[in-house]
Design a protein around this ligand. Sequence first.
Ligand SMILES: [Zn+2]
Length: 296
Amino acid sequence: MKALIKFLLPITLLVSCEAPKGAEVLATTSVVADAARQLLPPEVEVQALMQSNIDPHSYKPVEKDVHAITSAQIVLHNGLHLEGKMTEILEKVSLTKPVYEMSESLTSLELITVGPNVFDPHIWFDLKLWERCVSELALFLIEQYPEYSVIIESRSEAYSAKLLNAHNTFYNKSNEIPDSLRAIVTAHDAFSYFGRAYGVKVKGLQGVSTAAEFGVKDMSNTADFIVKTGLNTVFTETSVNSKSIEALQEAVEQKGGKVRLGKPLYSDALGEQGTKEATLIGAFKYNTTQILNSWK
Ligand SMILES: [Zn+2]
C-alpha cells in the first residue's frame, strides 16, 4: 500500500500543477455570464472575466485576462462600447473563434442614443428588452452546442417567462406611485433603459460611462433636481466609487434640502456568486425593492 501511495503521489502533484483549462464560455461581465448560465446546462462551464464590483467601462484586460480570452472556446460580450477598453482584443479574437455580442439583436430604434452613432450600453435593466437579447443568445448557443439544443430551448423559454414576469410585476408596482415621485438619482447613467421601461425619471451624476468627468455644474443641476423633485434618497452603485454621490449629498444640504444615501444599487455588475443578487433577476428585485422603499 505504501508503495502504491509513493507511486501515486507524484502523479497527483503533476495533475494539480497543470495550467488551468480555459472556460468553455467566457463572458466579459457578470450580467452576460448570467444570461449564458440561465440557458446552458451546468455541464458547460461559463465564466465571467470581470467579477462583482468591477466597472466594465474602465476595465483594462491584464495578461491573465488575455490568456482567459484566448483559451476560451466562445466569448460573449455586451457590446455598444460597454467594455470600452476591450474593443481591440475582442475584435482580434473574433477572427479565430465565435464571439457574440448581446446587443446585436437590438435595432438602433430600440437603443437610447447618447451621441452621433453612440448608444447607451446599459440594456439589461429593461427586462423586456433583455429578454429579446437572451432569446437571440439561445439561438447562437444552439448553433454552438447542437447536442444541447432541446435543453437550451426549454431553458430559454422558462427564463423568458421569468424575465417577463419580473418585468410586469415591477411595472405594475411602479405605476401605482404618482408620476411626480417616480425618480432616482445614481452615480452614473446606468438606468436610462430602466427609466424608459418603467416610467421612472433617472439622473446620473456622471454620463453613460464612468470614464466621463462631471463638473460643478452637473453637481449643482443634480442637487437642484433632487430638491425640486423632493427625493429623499440618492443611490450609490456597487461597481462605482461612492465619493461623487457623497459630495452630491452635501450639495443638496447646501441648497437647504436633505437626502440620504440608499443602499448601493447593482448597475454594471451583479452580486457575488452564491448570493441571490448574483443573477440579473435577483439584482433587479433587490434594486427595485430599494427604489420602491425610497418613494415611500
Ligand atoms: Zn455603466
